[in-house]
Design a protein around this ligand. Structure first.
Ligand SMILES: Cc1cc2nc3c(=O)[nH]c(=O)nc-3n(C[C@H](O)[C@H](O)[C@H](O)COP(=O)(O)OP(=O)(O)OC[C@H]3O[C@@H](n4cnc5c(N)ncnc54)[C@H](O)[C@@H]3O)c2cc1C
Length: 240
């Protein structure tokens, strides 16, 4: 395919599909390149998102996407002190991130965007320092896509930006994260998330415990230094 469209979106994650939907609704011809063969897979997200944020985006979610509604959080300090913020009604959703990404991609397709799966954007096409499109590798074959606008929604990898010599994500802000889904978690409040602070749990970040309606919980953490797997293992063994 050597084609020219109005907008190419690199990445079929939440931001990519939302941008694609918005551009398509405005009448643009849009192509989304997603390197994986299935939207939303693999998943890298705990899926804890603000309800007011969704309202601002004018997004309503199908029931199957929402795994729980959360009213607040319990914070645990490094010395074990507890601090609770509880609202009278839900303030956040726990969503299934795979299903959210699929839902947004469906909305974008319904608005007219075209998805190319297994299509990794490899570099920007530059003409006199202007981005005129991307080169992609689609199911092993190299192709060129031209466009008036390229939206880089490749997430934190910033590969295209780096290749083009543009400003990338500040790596000092990057943390390494890990998460597990655990069944039959006891002694947690079903509509509150738990946050554990302190170097012994997760240096420079925190541990989260996010309950789902079915009695399971997403337990994860991020840290700037050390091995997140070790921290998670330790946390799950010594959960206070
Ligand atoms: C463990 C963990 C837990 C998290 N928990 C939360 C949370 O609870 N709440 C929250 O708000 N945020 C959370 N986040 C952050 C959240 O996941 C990201 O902010 C969000 O996914 C960013 O969305 P995105 O669409 O920009 O990028 P991504 O979701 O990373 O999507 C990028 C897409 O682009 C594709 N792609 C990348 N490069 C290319 C390329 N060159 N060509 C084609 N396709 C490409 C990828 O395959 C992917 O599908 C968490 C992150 C992690 C790692």
């Amino acid at each position: 395919m050597n084609k020219k469209v109005d907008v190419i979106v690199v990445g079929g994650g939440a931001c990519g599909s939302f941008s694609a939907m918005t551009a398509a609704k405005l009448g643009a011809e849009v192509i989304v390149c997603e390197e994986h063969k299935e939207i939303g897979v693999p998943e890298h997200c705990a899926g804890h998102i603000s309800i007011s944020g969704l309202k601002r985006l004018e997004l309503s979610l199908p029931k199957k996407v929402v795994e729980n509604e959360i009213k607040g959080a319990i914070f645990y300090s490094p010395s074990g002190k507890e601090f609770t913020i509880r609202c009278s009604s839900p303030v956040t959703y726990v969503i299934n991130r795979q299903l959210l990404d699929k839902h947004l991609a469906t909305l974008a397709e319904e608005a007219g965007a075209q998805y190319l799966l297994e299509s990794r954007a490899e570099s920007f096409l530059l003409d006199s320092n202007f981005v005129k499109g991307v080169t992609i590798r689609r199911r092993g074959v190299k192709e060129t896509l031209m466009s008036s606008l390229v939206i880089d929604a490749e997430g934190c990898s910033s590969v295209l930006l780096k290749k083009a010599g543009l400003q990338t994500l500040d790596r000092s802000m990057v943390v390494h994260a890990i998460e597990a889904e655990v069944d039959q978690v006891k002694d947690i409040d079903g509509d509150m998330v738990e946050v554990y602070l302190g170097r012994k749990y997760a240096p420079d970040f925190f541990v989260w415990v996010i309950p789902k309606r079915d009695g399971s919980a997403k337990i994860g953490l991020a840290a700037k230094t050390g091995d997140p797997r070790e921290y998670l293992h330790r946390f799950m063994h010594n959960h206070p």
